[in-house]
Design a protein around this ligand. Structure first.
Ligand SMILES: NC(=O)c1ccc[n+]([C@@H]2O[C@H](COP(=O)([O-])OP(=O)(O)OC[C@H]3O[C@@H](n4cnc5c(N)ncnc54)[C@H](OP(=O)(O)O)[C@@H]3O)[C@@H](O)[C@H]2O)c1
Length: 429
C-alpha cells in the first residue's frame, strides 16, 4: 500500500459534510485498505468558522474555499455546500488545479452537468455524484456501469422523501395536505420553506440527471415537465382507494414506444397498490428501472439524511481515489444517443378525472361525446348525485397528454360541467 496519503478538501461541513468527515476518520483504516493508500482530510471550507465541529481539527477549517481548491496538492474535492454558486466555480477551479470532484449537488448537476463533465474531461479528472440522486441508494453507478450493456426504457421513482412522507401521511390518516405538511415540518422532514420539495423542483433535478444517464442523452432541467403536489386532496386519496390505488409524487423518465425520443416528468400520480412503489412508506425513496434484458429492477432505501448521503459520497470518494492511484478516470458523460426530449403533450398515459356536473339526464352522454371527439377512450365512469348536482369520475384508457388537455378544455366550456375537481395521471400499470 502507498504510504503517501491522498489529500481531500471538504467544501461544506453541514448535515452531509460533517458525516463525510466523521466516516473518513472512523473508517480511516478500512478506507486506506480499500483504496490502496490512506486518505487525509487536508482542509474543510465552511461559512461560519467559529462554529464548534465535533471531530474536526480547527486548524483545518477555513472560510476561503477558493484558496483551498487552488492549493495544488489536493487530489479530491468533495463539494457538499449545495446551490449553484459558489459551488460551480469551486468545482471548475478544482479541475483546473488538478483535483477530481465528488459532489452531492443535484441542483448544480441538473443545471450544468454537461459543462462540468466537459471541464472534468478537459483536465483528465473525475466528476462523481452518486449522492445527488436519492441519497444512499446506489442508482447512478448501476445505471452508468451495471446496466451499460442493457437498454433502459423507463425509470420510475419516488426521489423525494419529504413529499413521500406527506403523501403517505395523507394516505394512512386521511389528513389534508396542510396538516400532513405541518407534521412533516414539526418532525424535521420538511424545511421551513418546503417549496423545492412540494413543488417538485428537487425531484425534477433528479429526473433530469437520471434521464440523461439512463438514455445516454443530454436532458436539461428545462426539459423536465414539473407539477407539484400541493393540490392533492384527501378526496383524491379517497378516489384513489376506490380504484385500488394510492398517490405518489413520481419522477418518470421514459423512452417513447418507437425508441426515437424520450420524456422526463415529475407530478403526482395514482399507482396501483400492487405496484412495488405503492408500499414505499414515510420518507423512503425507491426507483423502479425497466430495461430490455434485465426486466424490472427496484432500488430502495433512505433518500436523504447526513449519514446515508455520506455513504454515497464515501463510495464515490473510494472510486475516485482508486482511479487516481491507477492514473485513470471513470466513465464521464455519455450523451452519444442525443435523443430528442419530447414535450409533455406527447406523453401517453391513463387519467382519472373528477368532474362536478349538473344532475340531469343527458349529461353523461354529453361528457362522453367530448372525450370521444378528442380521441380519448373511456375505461370506467362512476356517477354520484346529490341535490341536483353530481360528481362524475372518469378513468380513461391510454391517451396523449395533449388529447387529454384538449378534452378538459372542452369539458370546462360545457354548461352542464360546473367544474373540474381534479385530474390525476394513473401510472405503473
Ligand atoms: N441533507 C441531505 O439529506 C442531503 C441529501 C442528498 C443530497 N444533499 C446535498 O448535499 C449538499 C449539502 O447539503 P447539506 O444538507 O449538508 O447542507 P447544509 O447542512 O446546509 O451544509 C452546507 C455547508 O456548506 C457550508 N457553506 C455554505 N456556503 C458556503 C460558502 N460560500 N463557502 C464555504 N462553505 C459554505 C456551510 O457552512 P456553515 O456550516 O458554516 O454554515 C455548511 O457547512 C447539497 O447539495 C444537498 O442538495 C443533501
Amino acid at each position: 500500500m502507498r504510504t503517501r496519503p491522498l489529500k481531500v478538501a471538504l467544501l461544506g461541513c453541514g448535515v452531509v459534510g460533517s458525516e463525510v468527515a466523521r466516516i473518513m476518520t472512523t473508517h480511516a483504516d478500512d478506507l486506506a485498505a480499500r483504496i490502496g493508500a490512506p486518505v487525509e482530510l487536508a482542509g474543510v471550507a465552511v461559512r461560519r468558522p467559529a462554529k464548534v465541529r465535533a471531530g474536526i481539527d480547527p486548524a483545518l477549517v477555513t472560510t476561503d474555499a477558493t484558496a483551498l481548491v487552488k492549493r495544488g496538492d489536493i487530489d479530491v474535492v468533495v463539494e457538499v455546500i449545495g446551490g449553484i454558486e459558489p459551488a460551480r466555480t469551486l468545482i471548475a477551479t478544482a479541475f483546473e488545479h488538478g483535483a477530481s470532484v465528488v459532489s452531492a449537488n443535484k441542483a448544480l448537476l441538473a443545471q450544468d452537468g454537461a459543462a462540468l463533465h466537459a471541464a472534468a474531461g478537459e483536465h483528465g479528472r473525475d466528476l462523481y455524484y452518486e449522492a445527488a440522486v436519492a441519497g444512499a441508494i446506489p442508482l447512478i453507478r448501476p445505471l452508468r456501469e451495471s446496466l451499460a450493456g442493457d437498454k433502459v426504457n423507463r425509470v420510475l421513482g419516488i426521489v423525494n422523501g419529504t413529499t413521500n412522507f406527506i403523501l403517505d401521511k395523507m394516505d394512512s390518516t386521511g389528513a389534508g395536505y396542510q396538516e400532513a405538511l405541518d407534521e412533516a415540518t414539526a418532525l424535521g422532514y420538511a424545511e421551513a420553506d418546503p417549496t423545492a420539495d412540494v413543488e417538485g423542483f428537487d425531484a425534477a433535478a433528479k429526473a433530469a440527471i437520471l434521464a440523461g444517464i439512463a438514455f445516454h442523452t443530454r436532458v436539461r432541467l428545462d426539459d423536465v415537465y414539473r407539477e407539484g403536489m400541493t393540490e392533492v386532496t384527501a378526496a383524491d386519496f379517497a378516489s384513489a382507494k376506490e380504484m385500488g390505488c394510492t398517490i405518489k409524487l413520481l419522477a418518470i423518465c421514459e423512452r417513447a414506444a418507437d425508441g426515437a425520443s424520450v420524456t422526463a416528468r415529475v407530478h403526482p400520480a395514482m399507482i396501483p397498490l400492487s405496484h412495488p412503489l405503492a408500499s414505499v412508506r414515510g420518507a423512503y425513496n425507491a426507483v423502479f428501472v425497466e430495461s430490455d434484458a434485465a426486466g424490472q429492477l427496484m432500488f430502495y432505501g433512505p433518500g436523504a439524511g447526513g449519514s446515508p448521503t455520506a455513504s454515497a459520497v464515501l463510495g464515490d470518494l473510494v472510486a475516485v481515489c482508486r482511479n487516481r492511484l491507477n492514473g485513470t478516470t471513470g466513465p464521464g458523460e455519455s450523451a452519444y444517443a442525443a435523443l430528442p426530449v419530447s414535450p409533455m403533450g406527447d406523453v401517453v398515459t391513463r387519467y382519472h378525472i373528477s368532474l362536478d356536473v349538473a344532475d340531469k339526464p343527458g349529461v353523461l352522454a354529453q361528457v362522453a361525446t367530448v372525450f370521444a371527439e378528442h380521441g380519448v377512450s373511456i375505461d370506467t365512469v362512476r356517477q354520484q348525485g346529490k341535490d341536483g348536482e353530481a360528481s362524475l369520475v372518469v378513468v380513461t384508457h391510454r391517451a396523449s397528454d395533449a388529447a387529454l388537455t384538449g378534452t378538459v378544455e372542452a369539458l370546462r366550456s360545457l354548461d352542464t360541467v360546473r367544474g373540474v375537481a381534479s385530474i390525476m395521471r394513473v401510472e405503473g400499470e
